[in-house]
Design a protein around this ligand. Sequence first.
Ligand code: FE
Length: 192
Amino acid sequence: MIKTTADKTTIVAILGDMFERRGAESYLGENVSMAEHMLQGATLAERDGASNELIAAALLHDIGHFSGEFGTYSPDDTHDRHHDATGGDILKPFFPAQVSECVRLHVAAKRYLCAKDERYFGKLSSASVHTLSLQGGPMSDQEVLAFELLAYHKDAVQVRKWDDEGKVASMKTKSFSNYADLLQGLVNSHTS
Ligand code: FE
């Protein structure tokens, strides 16, 4: 498992290898592959002048789908596979908390936005509406208050918006390798 074999000198290559081997899988019944979707998230974050931490979070937000621990999402799923928590756990030892927590909270951020913004729900893709129901639906008032107390919750909401936007067939993006130095810089800052 990645948690026991990766270290700060290998984690970026291991993530790149996951993109390489698994990235062509389709993304949750959308018109883009997993790799295209995550690279689009990073592209949109860069477009908006985001910090390196948030670009990395957008790039890696769905890495939990590749973990193998819970298998890969299928549109026929009748239960949630918790790729958000898995992704956060994978990244936590190596990346600043801002990165791993945005990944951990990106599904909660969808449930939060659904509770806070009626128009948001209307903009979700049908696959995302399906997973919302598996993920617990919109947050209750109590859950909203608890979410707003979490560190990085605003960043997670921002990452979520790039996630929702990054489902466009044939958007031009960089490749994973173009982000390797940015990612390594974050790993070095966190682990040194
Ligand atoms: Fe996503």
